[in-house]
Design a protein around this ligand. Sequence first.
Ligand SMILES: NC(=O)c1ccc[n+]([C@@H]2O[C@H](COP(=O)([O-])OP(=O)(O)OC[C@H]3O[C@@H](n4cnc5c(N)ncnc54)[C@H](OP(=O)(O)O)[C@@H]3O)[C@@H](O)[C@H]2O)c1
Length: 257
Amino acid sequence: MHWPVAIEQLDLKALGGLRLADGTPNPKLTMRTEFLETWREMIALKKTGKVRHLGVCNFTLEQLQALLAAYPDEPPAVNQVELHPYLCQPELVAYCKQHGIAMMAYSPLGSSDSYSGKSFPAVGDAPFENPRAGAPLLQNELVRSLADKHGATPAQVLIAWSVAKGFCCLPKSVQAHRIAQNLGACDACALSADDVTELDSLNCGWRYGIGYFAGYFDCPNAPWYSGKGGSSSTESLSSHRKLVPTASEKLGLSKPS
Ligand SMILES: NC(=O)c1ccc[n+]([C@@H]2O[C@H](COP(=O)([O-])OP(=O)(O)OC[C@H]3O[C@@H](n4cnc5c(N)ncnc54)[C@H](OP(=O)(O)O)[C@@H]3O)[C@@H](O)[C@H]2O)c1
């Protein structure tokens, strides 16, 4: 299930965005518990034998809790989300590990497509900033210094970090020599536990995929939800969290009939 959301059209702009001009949720797009009904249908597909394993994508911790509460015997095999040193998602990762859900890391090299309209986190202490940021992930100073230390490339460092974290890493390249380089990452770059911890310190909640347009991509329950107003860089991450309702408030946990 690619998104925990029901969308009537594929083009969000054509749909009118996630919220109307007055700030109310766009009625054409709902993001509450539809995925529970979708999951029910996917379980039915599994029973036909046509599908072996079911996975989800872009699910938050709260949405996984809702899914497991409704279908404790049919947890997803995998949750595919954006994961890299600028976006470590430690709570989500811990929850998935605890429940035997594999984590699949997309945009592990920091992508090249930023739907957010920003290319990389700034240097600083505000949400989505980091004292060691200030560059695209592949050009980050720490990543480059670890590449030099191990005689590897920055891409190989990032892939080796992802594998060391236990993720199924999904680097994308259209160039044969890079595909070969990426496949050889773990042989080329044996990161120490200290290297991994140091890379973890780049975490600042930065999403390449989606996330910083106030109003447009600002919808509670969305994986990219960043708090009231959506794009404030002055509020702390913890104050963002306080604005987010609890899982039971956000999601009616009742099992769909
Ligand atoms: N499920 C989802 O919602 C979702 C969302 C986003 C992405 N994804 C999936 O995740 C995969 C990867 O994500 P992504 O494409 O966003 O980002 P990514 O893999 O982090 O970055 C891809 C970029 O890195 C470059 N690159 C690849 N290998 C390199 C190397 N060794 N050295 C230097 N540059 C290198 C690529 O250029 P070249 O191609 O020119 O080498 C491309 O510009 C894709 O297959 C995508 O389908 C899933």
